[in-house]
Design a protein around this ligand. Structure first.
Ligand code: DC
Length: 235
């Protein structure tokens, strides 16, 4: 991949289930951008802690884990493969158990402090789209385009249920509760809580299709960068 002279960053923040990763992946493909899924990084930390039997209250062991952790992404067709310490964890980090553990992990300051430089480094040298909770407020406060993607709780729970339909242990009520709990944890933690950056643009996707949301973001992108749809961002 060739670097453009002018690299830029698009951030997409918002609560669980708003569609951030689906939409960011599509925008990345259409504009030929690097896609960085920061939620997958917290999930990878949770996965690694679980695999190594590390308790989240064991600060020394967590510190050690964070100083050696290797997380990388690899685009493959329409998938974004995630590797942690050499393992392909793409599927394993999407279980309800890792949902909960990642949420707990993301409230630990030493984990956030250790991931921050890795998140910035992942986007270095390339135009990128990065999704998460604090991408526009903390990771890239100078990003050229910031989106805050929201949707009402019921709509988000229905989407999550559809994604996880293979599991018999979940239903709409339990998914709604789990998302509400994660919203509360994400918004109330002391460090880098979920909030909309002052210069972000709000898109409410409750009644919008994925295509509608992508179209809106592409319009914002082209308006901001004064480019035409056909013009590739880089080769
Ligand atoms: O977006 P996700 O569900 O994959 O995120 C997993 C967890 O990580 C979720 O509880 C929120 C947290 N997270 C965070 O605190 N900051 C980010 N930039 C991304 C995710």
């Amino acid at each position: 991949m060739k670097t453009t002279e002018k690299n830029f960053v698009i951030t997409v923040d918002g609560p669980s289930g708003a569609g951030k990763s689906t939409i960011s992946k599509q925008i990345a493909t259409q504009l030929n951008l690097i896609y960085i899924d920061t939620g997958a990084m917290y999930r990878s930390v949770a996965w690694a802690a679980q695999k190594q039997g590390i308790s989240l209250t064991d600060t020394a062991a967590l510190d050690q884990l964070m100083s050696n952790i290797k997380i990388r992404f690899q685009a493959a067709d329409d998938k974004n493969l995630v590797f942690c310490n050499g393992y392909d964890v793409t599927t394993e980090i999407r279980t309800p158990q890792i949902d909960q553990l990642a949420s707990a992990v993301s409230g630990i300051p030493l984990v956030r402090d250790a991931l921050l430089p890795l998140q910035r480094k992942a986007a270095q040298g390339y135009p990128a789209i990065i999704d998460g909770r604090d991408a526009g407020t903390v990771i890239f406060p100078e990003a050229e385009l910031k989106i805050y993607l929201d949707a009402d709780l019921k709509a988000r729970a229905r989407r999550r249920l559809k994604d996880q339909a293979a599991s018999a242990q979940i239903n709409l009520q339990s998914v709604t509760q789990a998302i509400a709990d994660r919203d509360a944890a994400d918004s109330s933690r002391a460090q880098a809580p979920l909030r909309m950056a002052d210069d972000a643009i709000l898109i409410d996707s409750t009644n919008l299709s994925i295509e509608d949301v992508c179209e809106k973001i592409l319009q914002l992108f082209h308006a901001r960068f004064n480019k035409h749809d056909e013009e590739p961002v880089h080769e």
